[in-house]
Design a protein around this ligand. Structure first.
Ligand code: UDP
Length: 317
């Protein structure tokens, strides 16, 4: 199979491209490297260093492809609040251009990188795909708008589509070229920040007065290798004229303090941290109901928190 991976110079998209290539598939990558890195791009892929907003470049990058894995997006919640326009432009207009180009080239299958941020503040835990979607920031709203666009495209034009709503992605993949580390600038995610904390620059734990077992927030962490495994299954599970939305997490959760303990065990030393005020927009608990992923994709995550922390650590060294 030949697959266009948008966002293939990023952490999750780069992992997808490398896993597909390792499995013998052909890969085109479209990424403007605005947040990704050209050196993440696997040399076995054909690389188009172009923007999703450039319709001609998108059409060229689709040449000969059977399917698209669409990761290319702006994805920082805080940035989306202060610069919402770039979220509408890249995430919504960029996907609009991609959908048009896929239709023109008669490419039948799309797997889209959606997010748990489409649900907003959860009313029930665990969160099923049938939960109310009420995003609390423009990032989640832009991804939800794309989910609506894809549903309409599937119904009107017969696209086979699956949106995968990620909870907290962590860990790293070791491809034939070595580790593909998570590299964000600035880094806001917990696990990289825990592993990089020093006495001079301790981890800030955002709140210890949440209604959880130890007062810190609970999140549902899923290993990036398990996550991409679900994408590869979704490529063959998507059905023409149908758009399915499927959560990807582990179905369980860990507190921030439990993540710190797992990191201490991987590092073999204490993690310096200090308590800080709650971060705006953080819900207390986010846990995915992953029943649908099991049914439609025959998928279940295989890697635990210790393996996510251990692989992230190995990828940083
Ligand atoms: N968190 C923290 N310190 C950090 C980064 C994150 O205490 O430096 C907490 C954050 O408040 C949340 C959890 O760790 O409860 C996971 O945050 P992350 O940014 O990794 O993912 P999110 O859940 O926001 O998608």
């Amino acid at each position: 199979m030949k697959v266009l991976v948008t966002g293939g110079a990023g952490y999750v998209g780069g992992t997808a491209a490398a896993m597909l290539l390792d499995q013998g598939h052909e890969v085109n990558i479209l990424d403007d490297c605005s947040t990704g890195y050209a050196d993440t791009v696997d040399p076995r892929a054909t690389f188009f260093k172009e923007s999703l907003l450039d319709a001609n470049a998108v059409a060229t990058s689709l040449s000969g492809c059977d399917a698209v894995l669409h990761f290319g997006a702006k994805s920082l919640v805080g940035e989306s609040v202060v610069k919402p326009d770039i979220y509408w432009e890249t995430n919504v207009s960029g996907t609009r251009i991609l959908l048009d180009a896929m239709r023109a080239a008669a490419i039948p299958t799309l797997v889209f990188s959606s997010t748990a941020a489409t649900y907003g503040e959860p009313k029930e835990i665990p969160i099923a795909e049938s939960a109310v979607t009420d995003p609390t920031n423009p990032y989640g709203a832009s991804k939800l708008a794309v989910d609506y666009m894809i549903s309409a495209q599937a119904k009107a034009y017969g696209l086979a589509a699956i949106s995968l709503r990620y909870f907290n992605v962590a860990g790293a993949f070791k491809s034939q070229r070595g580790w593909l580390a998570e590299r964000h600038n600035p880094e806001t995610h917990l696990i990289p920040n825990v592993l990089r904390a020093t006495a001079a620059n301790p981890l800030k734990v955002f709140g210890e007065d949440w209604p959880t077992k130890d007062g810190t927030c609970v999140r549902d962490y899923v290993h990036v290798v398990d996550l991409i495994g679900a994408h590869i299954s979704a490529l063959s599970a998507a059905i023409a004229g149908s758009h399915e939305i499927i959560n990807l997490g582990s179905g369980g959760g860990y507190t921030v303090k439990e993540v710190i303990a797992a990191a201490e065990s991987a590092l073999g030393r204490p993690v310096p941290y200090e308590m800080a005020p709650r971060r705006a927009g953080d819900p207390a608990v986010l846990i995915a109901d992953i029943t649908k992923a099991g049914k439609l994709l025959s998928w279940k995550p295989e890697r635990d928190l210790q393996s996510m922390v251990g692989d992230a650590l190995a990828s940083f060294q």
